[in-house]
Design a protein around this ligand. Sequence first.
Ligand code: TYD
Ligand code: MG
Length: 447
Amino acid sequence: MKTKTLYTCQNCGYQSPKWLGKCPDCASWNTLAEEVQFRGGGVADPLGSSVPIPITDVPKEHEERFRTGISEFDRVLGGGLVAGSLVLIGGDPGIGKSTLLLQAMNKLAEAGGVLYVSGEESARQTRMRGERLGSKSSGLYILAETSLEKILTHIKRLQPRAVVVDSIQTVFTGGVESAPGSVSQVRECAGKLMLLAKGSGTPVLLVGHVTKDGSIAGPRVLEHIVDTVLYFEGDSGHPFRILRAVKNRYGSTNEIGVFEMTDGGLQEVKNPSELFLSERPAGASGSVVVATLEGSRPLLVELQALVTSSSLGMPRRTTIGIDHNRLALLVAVLEKKVGMALGGQDIFLNVAGGMRLSEPAADLGAVAAVASSYLDKVIDPNTMVLGEVGLAGEVRAVTQPEMRLKEAAKLGFTRCILPAGSVRQAKAKGIELVGVKSLEEALAQLF
Ligand code: TYD
Ligand code: MG
């Protein structure tokens, strides 16, 4: 076998034949590390069995799916684990990836053998965790091993229904000289597991840690190799965890599953809106409820703002769970179009419960919360606010208002301030719809 030395960026996977101080791709410094690459000899038959065929002649694939029995997990996967798929579950260390997979695999193991490879914890530690979670199906096999070759041999012998590798950063293959966790190790190991999954039809789930800056080799370099990428996220200070699909060859992305971390492991949250609103303060200014769509799911969340006069030359604009630039923009619109004097005010905006909002449909809610705190006027607790805010102070239509209103009606909301352009599309039982065209109109309706 021929070998060749390449320098690989540990951050983005960029490869260069010579060492460079700065990665030309991702511009990070000192991330290029030497890695020896192996190249096979010449190929006898360059085409082999590959033949192009008309798309209409391609046999239809029947997708066999295994349900794990944890419906939030199954839904995010697109209706269960697809046979032969490679799934990556990324997330911060300690967020609950191992817990989730152990629970999910335990249910799957009740109907046949499942192999859980743990490179981070001993079999005994995994068992202890399993006891705590009530995961002790005898079909669940635990293997504490980090050598990929040994893992593959065990899989061939055991023929499990599904395999978990926790985590991909701890396994290594003898074919690559660099340390476990490096880009070429992670990529090579994932590639071999991919061949196994496709060849045998066994679904393989990989766990990958991401650090705060996403810099460690792992999830980022693997995203294009695997079929499905799920991120498990949450705030370590809150018990809520959200499982989010960011890539899925077998289902829709943007789908989310909501869990709560408890003493007995992860519990599915069937009605997240109710949970996110359960601790809403009564009669407090600065609090408002908005409806956001996460995949096919409407979620009601509380937005909280605190506006206080600032002692700083540059007043603070701090957000948690919502884009900081978005707040700056909305505050500028409030100042210019409504004439609210926010220049000397510190403004804090928080999405309660550790949720993250990225939809513009939450704009009007953010503005309403800021205005409510500034004016110290309470927003009626049974009123929900929907709408995107434009730079001219106009309120723009939102997507799928009906779904959002339905969720609000379920939770007892009786009034909704929404864009005039969305009123026509929306029919909601038991909710008074107040269509508004501008920020001024919206504020007049609220206060
Ligand atoms: P873990 O699944 O080990 O995280 P990861 O694999 O993503 O690194 O989860 C660890 C955290 O979860 C730890 O801080 C303790 C907490 N936890 C519970 O609160 N309850 C439980 O039943 C379990 C198993 C863990
Ligand atoms: Mg773990």
